[in-house]
Design a protein. Structure first.
Length: 117
């Protein structure tokens, strides 16, 4: 049986290199409208072997969310995004008009459909 996290991971796996999505956007696409924190909790549990591009999920302000609980992965996140060609401005923000991912509905439906099989 699929879990909430499985749906979140299915969406995040679809975000291509060089693009980002917000926590709220991922929540909505995963059927968790109004629950962006759940996305944060799910991504906090991602391990390297899971092959989930967690770094491509940012906050609604276009920023990497900083927290002492992340044990430095917030700095790693910025580095990984920059390696994908995403540029940050002098205030540490990403231009969402340029880098935000807008998936085709059928892509998300297909990804979520694989989770329920």
């Amino acid at each position: 049986m699929a879990t909430t996290y499985d749906y979140i991971y299915a969406v995040v796996r679809q975000i291509p290199a060089g693009k980002v999505a917000t926590y709220g956007q991922v929540a909505e696409l995963a059927g968790l409208i109004g629950k962006p924190r759940v996305v944060g909790y799910a991504l906090y549990r991602v391990t390297e072997d899971m092959e989930i591009p967690w770094q491509r999920v940012i906050n609604v302000k276009g920023e990497v969310s900083h927290s002492a609980l992340r044990h430095g992965t917030d700095y790693l996140q910025r580095s990984l995004l920059e390696a994908e060609g995403i540029e940050f401005d002098a205030n540490g923000k990403i231009d969402l008009a340029t880098y935000r991912w807008y998936p085709p509905e059928e892509l998300i439906a297909e990804a979520l459909g694989r989770v329920t099989r």
